[in-house]
Ligand binder design. Sequence first.
Ligand SMILES: Nc1ncnc2c1ncn2[C@@H]1O[C@H](COP(=O)(O)OP(=O)(O)O)[C@@H](O)[C@H]1O
Ligand SMILES: [Mg+2]
Length: 243
Amino acid sequence: MENQVIIQLKGVSKGYSNNLILNHFNLSINKGEFLTIIGSSGCGKTTVLKLINGLLTPDSGKVYVNGEDISSVNQIRLRRKIGYVIQGIGLFPHMNIRKNIAYVPNLIKKDDKNKIKSKVEKLIKVVGLGEEMLDRYPSELSGGQRQRVGLARALAASPDILLMDEPFGAVDEITRKLLQEEILRIYKELNVTIVFITHDIKEALKLGTIVLVMDKGRIIQVGPPSEIKENPKTDFVRELIGA
Ligand SMILES: Nc1ncnc2c1ncn2[C@@H]1O[C@H](COP(=O)(O)OP(=O)(O)O)[C@@H](O)[C@H]1O
Ligand SMILES: [Mg+2]
């Protein structure tokens, strides 16, 4: 179905101690969209992401995922539907790559051993790595490879939504380009909704079907990359795109 809202923040306010970060924040994301969020450091991007998967609770307002108010759904079930990929993803150092990727499937014991095994072997290829990686430990991988494994682990739970918080921030330029191609391919292949935070405007414009520009807890502009480029709404956006 087109234009079905999968994530919605409605009048959400959120602060830390006395510091209000989001003030009546509203956002709707359609199913199947690849939304990139860009904005100055500290403007509230990570806060928005953590409100979506319930890692943070709004002070007021509501967050809906698949039409359900997330404050009234089972948090474990919610997180399983939402993959979360962060920079320098915390892989378990004492588990090999196979066990790291299979972590959630092993935990929920819905699939039998053979099914999990073939899932892991499929996923390692989906993220562009070879099966020989599966027996290695995280310390035996490069930063870019670890990032791919983190993505595979998030995908192993077959999420409807993938939240990515500056996932490629810590890798070199060449690896970054490769990972960008990879995430676009996975996006097209798996029909997943992605919310992706970046501080790189080129990355935001390249990956996003919709780009959201934020400043100081507010949405400055949201629209397709072409619109952001051709009709920047404010000086802030103009500066960002270097126009
Ligand atoms: N746990 C916390 N306690 C206090 N302040 C926080 C906490 N988390 C974030 N902040 C502050 O809230 C603001 C928004 O943070 P964040 O959403 O992480 O910004 P961004 O991801 O856009 O850089 C920042 O000023 C940050 O310092
Ligand atoms: Mg952040």
